[in-house]
Write a protein that binds this ligand. Sequence first.
Ligand SMILES: [Zn+2]
Length: 205
Amino acid sequence: MRHFASPADTRSALFATGVGSASNAIRVCNACRALQPFDARVTFYELFDEKKSFDVKNVVLNVKFKQMQKVLHPDKFATASERERELSSDYSSLVNKAYKVLVDPYERGLYLLCLHGKEVKEDSDIQLTPDFLMEVMEFNEAIADNKVSQETLKTLKVENDTKIEKIIKEISTAFEFTDFDSAKLLLAKLKFYNNAAEKIKEKLQ
Ligand SMILES: [Zn+2]
């Protein structure tokens, strides 16, 4: 059977079916509305109908994620062909993967660098200053201290969260000015702050 996968301009017609209305990247046949394989070149941004930018809003992503998971839910394909069930499962995995990357500033930054052909190949590509590394080491020692109080941990958390918030703004600016070298450096720093956040979380009761 020949299927006619939907181009973006037929979007309105697809609203009736549910599938396809959630994202232009979810392709359905115009004739029989069966789910069609996705374009392998589709980016996570296209899947979420978002601009290729560092500044995505998590609230917006959440809404779109839930909507796509709803239309791709296995229950909706209980009576569909095996091919369609497989496709819906493939789409669902893709949506999960895309969401995980886009919702996380660090992962999103790395992904965006990749899309610009500036991927970080190895951590050793990036030279962090001894001052920064010293600061991180001392901060991590404070967290790891056996006698650290919950009060101190809370203070460290506020300090670290503030650093994360600040650096995310700086990363956003770097991408805005297509300054990929700065973005790489800032993302490398963000990774350290994220690690510290994890360690604080483990010790905070
Ligand atoms: Zn068809």
